[in-house]
Design a protein around this ligand. Structure first.
Ligand SMILES: Cc1cc2nc3c(=O)[nH]c(=O)nc-3n(C[C@H](O)[C@H](O)[C@H](O)COP(=O)(O)OP(=O)(O)OC[C@H]3O[C@@H](n4cnc5c(N)ncnc54)[C@H](O)[C@@H]3O)c2cc1C
Ligand code: FES
Length: 346
């Protein structure tokens, strides 16, 4: 098993719809703190499918404040290797290799109302945010939830019950493609009119997210109030390696340090630096165990803070320009381009 992964046991498998199941996980007492999480985060699983080990991320549909155990919900994708393996092969009692929770699709400290857009399986992190916000804040919540048809609606009963329990705070608007067509800009605009000061969270199929995001931007919602989770399959190890070769060429000939000073888990380490390596590779070659998942610049698991020096990031689907300017980096994408470098994961 790769570094950072632990074997957890599947405690329960729940049929949610005809093509989605939830998987409840048991975390032994000694791993409870490693698997503590915030609503909206995800787990990365090692999946033994078709003779190779795939890495796939699944968001937690449970919330730490309301659910005793970790739960993920996996919807089948046509010809998808990981999602069908989960739905066809995983049974209660099975062991499964899982990385600790990661991700930045979480609630920010604020009293602003929440406006959440979920499409299909994109409801998983969103229902977690809803449960957490209802439990721990007084924020008002609008959920716009799009699905292909009525039988594809995951968590219908749970959402109905939450709406009944919090009629003054939670409003759920369902959108069904088979009767209403795909959600279009003209339908999104009236839903967000008057709540432009909300925090917006979007998770669903690409075209769905593009429509919602473009309406929000065109109505003047600041970028830093829009949070997006993209459900993509992680690239294979070979794809990551090939991309790394291209990215390393981008910094060829630029200054780089002889060693990097890294702060991780309360300790400081001076680690040798090899030209072309990312900060993440440097940390791992130096024997450290920093967090990471996608190695492709979009999950945010490997985030750290630049304390001193400069880096070039090959890809960045996580941080806004302002967040980068404030020193936030993705260590899987960051390559040093200064004579000294200090980075803190803490
Ligand atoms: C942070 C995060 C959280 C996520 N949370 C969830 C969640 O809560 N629930 C959920 O259901 N999903 C979630 N996902 C998506 C999930 O990780 C997988 O991407 C999804 O399950 C599909 O994986 P798969 O292995 O089944 O499909 P894949 O095998 O990766 O295939 C995906 C699609 O590509 C096509 N395809 C595959 N290989 C090829 C090829 N060589 N050429 C052409 N087409 C190809 C397949 O036919 C299929 O349509 C999340 C993703 C991320 C990044
Ligand atoms: S590991 Fe996913 S962004 Fe770096």
């Amino acid at each position: 098993m790769s570094r950072g992964y632990h074997t957890l046991r599947v405690a329960d498998v729940i049929d949610e719809t005809h093509d989605a199941r939830s998987f409840v996980l048991d975390v032994p007492p000694e791993l409870q703190s490693a698997y503590g999480y915030r609503a909206g985060q995800f787990l990365t699983f090692q999946i033994p499918a078709e003779g190779e080990t795939l890495l796939r991320c699944y968001s937690l549909s449970s919330a730490p404040e309301t659910d005793g155990r970790l739960k993920v919900t996996v919807k089948r994708v046509d010809a998808g290797r990981g999602s069908n393996w989960f739905n066809d092969c995983v049974r209660p009692g099975d062991p499964i290799a899982v990385l600790p929770p990661a991700g930045l699709f979480v609630l920010r400290e604020s009293a602003a109302p929440l406006c959440l857009f979920a499409g299909g399986s994109g409801i998983t992190p969103v229902i977690s945010l809803i449960k957490s916000a209802l439990e721990t804040t007084g924020r008002r919540i609008l959920l716009v939830y799009a699905n292909r048809d009525a039988r594809s609606v995951i968590f219908r009963a749970e959402l109905d019950a939450l709406e009944l329990r919090h009629p003054d705070r939670l409003r759920v608007v369902h959108h069904l493609d088979d009767t209403q067509g795909f959600l279009e800009a003209g339908a999104v605009r009236p839903l967000v009119a008057g709540i432009e000061a909300a925090h917006f969270y979007i998770c669903g199929p690409g075209p769905f997210m593009d429509v919602v995001e473009s309406v929000l931007v065109s109505t003047g919602v600041p970028r830093e109030c829009i949070f997006i989770e993209r459900f993509l399959s992680l690239p294979s190890h070979e794809e990551v390696e090939a991309e790394n070769v291209v990215a390393a060429q981008e910094v060829e000939g630029r200054a780089h340090p002889a060693e990097v000073l890294l702060h991780l888990d309360g300790s400081s380490h001076r680690v040798p630096y090899h030209a072309g390596d990312t900060v993440l590779e440097t940390a791992r070659k130096g024997g450290l165990e920093p967090p990471f998942a996608c190695e492709d610049g979009y999950c945010g698991s490997c985030a750290a803070r630049l304390v001193r020096g400069e880096v070039v990031m090959h890809k960045n689907e996580v941080f806004s320009q302002a967040e980068v300017a404030a020193g936030n980096i993705l260590t899987c994408q960051a390559r040093p381009c200064s004579g000294e470098l200090e980075v803190s994961y803490d």
